[in-house]
Write a protein that binds this ligand. Structure first.
Ligand code: NAD
Length: 296
């Protein structure tokens, strides 16, 4: 079997176009322009690139983008004061604090100081609890993007066996909750899982979120399974820098029914879902119906 390629780049462009349409409607019919505030502390080069591209895409879909760049030695007090200001600013519907934060700042404290209704990353403990109990929440962007691609490919996921490799708060755990919410039978595998190949071989859906280059070989994949590769790993091959996923794409594509490539799979969906979440937050804040197909 040769797998169908799930084109995350094209899918993300479609999601952004949907967001842009709805934003235009919100402006015209309700006089509302959603706003996303991104807070960057320090000068981590990768974070700077992410923040720039988030700002650019926010503006492209017609929303307001507010960037707050703070020095690496900013005190916790000053950062919390800025978040409080953004929490109280009606022009700001979404607040994202770019992680990782410099070591002297308490990440949990900072994230949990964001108004949960504006927590477009979905990392606030209230949103984690709401998602875990099947209530309306803000859903973390990367797992939301994976869910959208799975729903688009399969329609219903009900009754499917899903294995999520990785148990991080950002990807693995919320991904498992979302799959459970769509009535999959879910296994969360991690670094201590016994006989990982055997666990993965049972899966109709494999979501790999580990951060180890090409650790899942094709012979772990059940014939016809859908493979969502969240991993982004920079490696050197044949003297060149290359991005690869957690799945060995070439061998997995020979067995899977469908697979996301790296790059061009899950990656582009993450920012698209951040924009979708900001739109959702703006609709909720104004008592308007949520955008269809853009929430969990
Ligand atoms: P993390 O380091 O927080 O978690 C990794 C998880 O993998 C852990 O729960 C650990 O138990 C598990 N693990 C480690 N070694 C293992 C092994 N040998 N076998 C099975 N499980 C093992 O990472 P994360 O933040 O969840 O990110 C995972 C990957 O996804 C990284 O490559 C990251 O760059 C990528 N990522 C991509 C996006 C995107 O937008 N596409 C977003 C977030 C993360």
């Amino acid at each position: 079997m040769v797998a169908q390629v799930i084109d995350g780049k094209a899918f993300a462009a479609k999601v952004r176009a949907q967001v842009a349409d709805q934003v235009a409607k919100l402006k015209e019919e309700n006089g509302i322009t959603p706003g996303l505030a991104v807070v960057l502390v320090g000068e981590d080069p990768a974070s700077q690139v992410y923040v720039r591209s988030k700002g650019k895409m926010t503006v492209e879909v017609g929303m307001n983008s507010y960037e707050h760049k703070l020095d690496a030695d900013t005190s916790e007090e000053d950062l919390l004061a800025l978040i409080e200001k953004l929490n109280n600013d009606p022009a700001v519907n979404g607040i994202l604090v770019q992680l990782p934060l410099p070591k002297h700042l308490n990440e949990d404290l900072v994230i949990n100081s964001i108004d949960p209704a504006k927590d477009v990353d979905g990392f606030h403990i209230s949103n984690v609890g709401l998602l875990g109990t099947g209530q309306k929440s803000m859903v973390p962007c990367t797992p939301l993007g994976c869910l959208m691609m799975l729903r688009d490919h399969h329609g219903s996921l009900s009754g499917m066996d899903a294995v999520v490799i990785g148990r991080s708060n950002i990807v693995g755990k919320p991904m498992a909750q979302l799959l459970l919410g769509d009535s999959c039978t879910v296994t969360i595998a991690h670094s201590r899982t016994k006989d990982l190949p055997d666990v993965v071989r049972r899966a109709d859906i494999v979501v790999a979120a580990v951060g180890r280059p090409e650790m899942v070989p094709g012979d772990w994949i059940k014939e016809g399974a859908t493979v969502i590769d969240v991993g982004i790993n920079r490696i050197e091959r044949d003297g060149k820098n290359k991005l690869v996923g957690d799945v060995d794409y070439a061998s997995a594509a020979e067995r899977a029914g469908a697979i996301t490539p790296v790059p061009g799979g899950v990656g582009p969906m993450t920012i698209a879902c951040l924009l979708a979440n900001t739109l959702t937050a703006a609709c909720r804040a104004n008592g308007l119906p949520e955008p269809e197909g853009l929430t969990a």
